[in-house]
Design a protein around this ligand. Structure first.
Ligand SMILES: Cc1cc2nc3c(=O)[nH]c(=O)nc-3n(C[C@H](O)[C@H](O)[C@H](O)COP(=O)(O)OP(=O)(O)OC[C@H]3O[C@@H](n4cnc5c(N)ncnc54)[C@H](O)[C@@H]3O)c2cc1C
Ligand code: SF4
Length: 334
């Protein structure tokens, strides 16, 4: 049985108190929400904070406010189950509820939060193992070692961004509000993730994620399609988020309104979400017909370069980028 290492557990009641603790403790501190990612990582000795600061008693982080026509703000400690069940999210942002519903299991969704999901550690077959397993291969670049077993000549870690909500947030243009003792900043989801399996976020450890800001739903639709081995629960080994905003004032020669804006974002295949700009180009200005969907799917296939560090054969996951893009876009046809 894997046991947690010893640590001090702090439960602040205000954001100011949480920031004071993290400032006082420094690099040895780490925030925790539901703990469904952090605690297994601590048991595997991948992350070893001496002080763990719960964000579950901070009232601001539990709020959901707004509505589709104005935009929605979701507190970082809102659980995945709450995301699935919230009536406004289900009605105005169904893609968020449906993507959350694909995450892990009902019990883990009761504990796991939106914030923890967006800040999930990157994953790799050579890293998500217990301490003894990793020691037997002399560890790897991401923790305690000096070689990457996936790409031995590489100076970079290729561990995979494996959150189901991240590609969706990038596709729909969400923003994240983070605070620290130094102040507050708002970061676009698309600028928040870095293509490096070790240094994978534009967020300092002392910064607290307070909430997620979703844009108004002014005519856009979005869909998320997930590839995993077991439908009941498993991390994505490919996730495709498709976002389309229709221009209802201009109609193409084909039936249906023209696409005014589009995003195709791939998750589960690289250290950061992959925006397929060529796919968006193939869609904008035309109606969402078979030829456009096929062209966008081809662009996703070309851009997808999964590595051999998660489940399934990576060449097959690349093929699936095409199929899952088709699936996501067909889901958006009105
Ligand atoms: C068996 C299993 C299956 C899973 N399947 C999936 C899956 O299919 N898809 C998926 O996306 N995830 C999956 N997960 C991962 C995880 O359950 C979810 O991503 C969950 O949403 C994480 O939320 P949490 O609140 O438990 O995060 P925690 O473990 O509490 O935290 C995760 C990270 O976020 C940081 N953090 C949390 N809140 C804040 C905050 N407000 N400010 C600053 N830092 C913060 C923590 O320090 C930590 O680094 C799975 C986990 C398990 C154990
Ligand atoms: S990609 Fe390489 S360095 Fe990163 S976790 Fe996997 S084996 Fe380690």
């Amino acid at each position: 049985m894997m046991r947690l290492p010893k640590f001090e557990y702090r439960v602040p009641r205000t954001i100011a108190e949480a920031l004071q603790i993290v400032t006082d403790v420094g690099a040895e501190a780490q925030f925790v929400a539901g703990g469904t990612d952090l605690y297994p990582n601590m048991k595997r000795r991948q992350q070893m904070p001496k002080t763990v600061i719960s964000v579950m008693r901070l009232p601001e982080l539990h709020r959901v406010s707004g509505v589709g026509s104005r935009g929605l703000v979701i507190g970082a400690s809102v659980t995945l189950t709450e995301l699935c069940e919230n009536e406004i999210i289900r009605r105005d942002y169904p893609v968020i509820a449906s993507a959350a519903r694909t995450i892990s299991t009902p019990i883990l969704r009761n504990m796991g939060t939106i914030g923890g999901n967006l800040l999930l550690d990157t994953r790799c077959n050579y890293y998500d193992q217990n301490y003894e397993w990793r020691k037997a291969i002399n560890f790897c670049l991401k923790k305690d070692g000096d070689v990457c077993w996936v790409a031995p000549g590489s100076a970079k870690c290729w561990a995979v961004q494996s959150s189901d909500l991240v590609p969706v947030m990038v596709a729909v243009g969400a923003k994240f509000r983070v605070v620290s003792a130094a102040g507050e900043r708002m970061v676009e989801a698309r600028d928040f993730y870095k293509d490096d399996g070790i240094d994978y976020m534009n967020k300092r450890p002392d910064e607290l994620l307070v909430d997620v800001h979703l844009p108004p739903t002014n005519g856009w639709r979005a869909s998320y399609q997930k590839l995993r081995r077991r439908g009941a629960f498993d991390f994505p080994v490919l996730g495709v988020a498709a976002y389309v905003r229709f221009d209802t004032s201009a109609v193409d020669e084909a039936p249906g309104p023209a696409v005014a804006d589009a995003q195709i974002v791939l998750g589960g295949i690289a250290p950061s979400p992959v925006q397929v700009k060529e796919a968006a180009k193939a869609l904008i200005g035309k109606s969402l017909g078979d030829d456009q969907i096929q062209a966008a799917a081809e662009a996703a296939y070309v851009k997808a370069r999964p590595l051999d560090n998660t489940d399934f054969v990576y060449q097959w996951r690349k093929q699936m980028a095409r199929q899952y893009t088709i699936r996501a876009l067909r889901d958006l046809i009105m």
